[in-house]
Design a protein around this ligand. Sequence first.
Ligand code: HEM
Ligand SMILES: CC(C)=CCC/C(C)=C/CC/C(C)=C/COP(=O)(O)OP(=O)(O)O
Length: 297
Amino acid sequence: MSASLVWRQTTSRINQFYRLTKPRVVSLIVFTAVIGMFLAVPGAVPIDILFLGTLGIALVAGAAAALNCLVEQKFDAVMARTRGRPLPQGKVSVPETLFFLGLIGGSGLFILHQWVNPLTMWLTLGTFVGYAIIYTIILKPLTPQNIVIGGASGAMPPVLGWAAVTGQISPDALLLFLIIFAWTPPHFWALALYRKHEYAQIGMPMLPVTHGDNFTRLHVLLYTLILCVVTILPYISQMSGLIYLVGALVLDAIFLYYAIQIYRRYSDQLARTTFKYSIIYLALLFVVLLVDHYYHF
Ligand code: HEM
Ligand SMILES: CC(C)=CCC/C(C)=C/CC/C(C)=C/COP(=O)(O)OP(=O)(O)O
């Protein structure tokens, strides 16, 4: 076998393991954790905590995503959106996945415990259990409220970042948690609306499947309203200043516009756009929080 063929096969295998970690979702998760670190202190974040905290959280989040892929491989094989994933495609085996997720998850927890602090390690482990076990295995097949409750684990990363830097949790960190917690339902239900048939196909009790489109559209709107209120709290509590307030109001206004449109004149295209916007929204909101942190007035 030629060296170039071996090289191509090796990189392709590595890429399959990388894909198991849901890299795009996990990068935004890690991004919110990093911003949580910066918001936790007035000055600079110690470089070792920044690096090792980010690495540890990213590894455990990747392991959680890989466990989710393992548990759901039979469902993933059916849905158009997910059937190209490495497990349903047979590109990686179950033992390989278990070994891989154990290795990266274990390394992540070790790094957090040894070089960051035990509190961050325990909170990250709790987040792992929350997503990979409580959400994926218990809640998701059980109730359409799965993502409202399960969303709590997706909302933890800024708290993890905060704990990594300060060794504790503060009310400000909980506000960051609340923002992502309120953001998750419109983020997910926008997608669930235009992917309803795929979820119905696998019998997953997502809100549009169990309660219909109209109910879900109303709930996208209601949770977007809650999100708008929650995003004002950092300004009211004086955690953030005017730059944040203006940024949040603009981002909120656009989200609300989409949510109202979804409620009033639904189309799959609109739901798809709203889902994409939800991701841009969260990324920009956290950027604005950060900018405001350093230019606070
Ligand atoms: C329980 C809570 C959540 C649920 C149920 C959920 C659900 C989903 C689903 C089904 C997708 C489509 C994924 C795909 O097609 O591969 C997605 C995409 C995405 N989610 Fe979430 N999500 C949740 C929480 C979060 C959180 C907390 C973040 C980040 C802070 C996030 C960021 C993203 C991003 C960036 C994408 C786009 C990925 C891509 O383009 O491939 N999600 N989400
Ligand atoms: C720090 C740490 C341990 C974080 C773990 C939290 C975590 C990885 C949250 C991810 C949220 C996510 C990928 C949801 C996808 O929903 P889904 O799994 O229902 O989507 P799917 O249908 O695409 O599999």
